[in-house]
Structure formats: structure tokens, C-alpha cells
Design a protein around this ligand. Structure first.
Ligand SMILES: [Zn+2]
Length: 142
């Protein structure tokens, strides 16, 4: 997609807005979150403007996550992270604030008080696993 002139992440890609850039490849850019939840909290974005992961062409998903992997590895090596949490607020209802896809990579430490991915949502199951699997398999074209 074409750059959105009002998008702050597109402006970072174009060098028009400041950022603490960590690394890049042909299709993706990694930089520090301006409001870090922990030292090293990084964002990895596609250089082109896509809102959600589903919008990204399949051939660009690999380069995006190659950079996620490199940053996660660097957080362990340079910051002593024992683990990382990797997540995407993929759409407004999931809490996405900047409408340009970004993957959060957070260094984690034993006893850091952070939650699990499982703590994000606590909605009681309303359908059985068989029904949900059937719906998703059908949507996946299986
Ligand atoms: Zn953008």
C-alpha cells in the first residue's frame, strides 16, 4: 500500500519523524517504542503501510518476522532478557492505536510482574471446540 502522509510510522520509515532505529531489512524496520513498557521494548513494522497482519502480502510476512526474530535475539544477548513476549494488537478492537501494523517485542525476566498472553482476554467459551474448528477450517479453505 502507498504511504499514508499522516501515519507516524510511515513518517519514521521516510525519515521524517525521529525514532531510535535498531535494524532494518528491505521490507521491515525495527525501532524502540517511544513509551517503553520495559527497557528494549521494540516495534517491528512493515515499511509499507498495512493496517493489520491480514493486509500484508504473504511474501512480506517472512521479512517482517525475520526482523522480529533478530530483535528478540538481541534483547536476550544485550539486555539479558530471559525470554520475550511478542504480540500484535491486530485491529482497533484488540487495542491497536496506530493504524500501521506493528509487532511488539518485549524483553521478559523471571518475576518481572508482567502477564501472559493468556491474561489479555478472559471470555468464557461460548462454542465447542468442534464447532469452532469446523468454522475456521471452512474459512481456511480446508
Ligand atoms: Zn503507515
Amino acid at each position: 500500500m502507498n504511504p499514508d502522509p499522516s501515519c507516524v510510522f510511515c513518517r519514521i520509515v521516510r525519515g521524517e519523524a525521529p525514532a531510535h532505529v535498531l535494524a532494518e531489512n528491505e521490507h521491515a524496520l525495527a525501532f524502540l517504542d517511544i513509551h517503553p513498557l520495559v527497557d528494549g521494548h521494540a516495534l517491528i513494522i512493515p515499511k509499507a503501510h498495512y493496517v493489520t497482519l491480514e493486509d500484508v502480502p504473504p511474501e512480506l510476512v517472512g521479512p517482517l518476522f525475520e526482523l522480529v526474530q533478530r530483535v528478540s535475539r538481541a534483547q536476550r544477548r544485550a539486555l539479558g532478557a530471559e525470554a520475550t513476549t511478542i504480540g500484535i494488537n491486530n485491529g482497533r478492537a484488540a487495542g491497536q492505536v496506530v493504524p500501521h501494523l506493528h509487532v511488539h517485542v518485549l524483553p521478559r525476566y523471571t518475576g518481572d510482574g508482567g502477564g501472559l498472553i493468556h491474561s489479555i482476554i478472559q471470555r468464557p467459551s461460548q462454542r465447542g471446540l468442534d464447532e469452532v474448528r469446523d468454522l475456521l477450517v471452512k474459512a481456511l479453505g480446508g
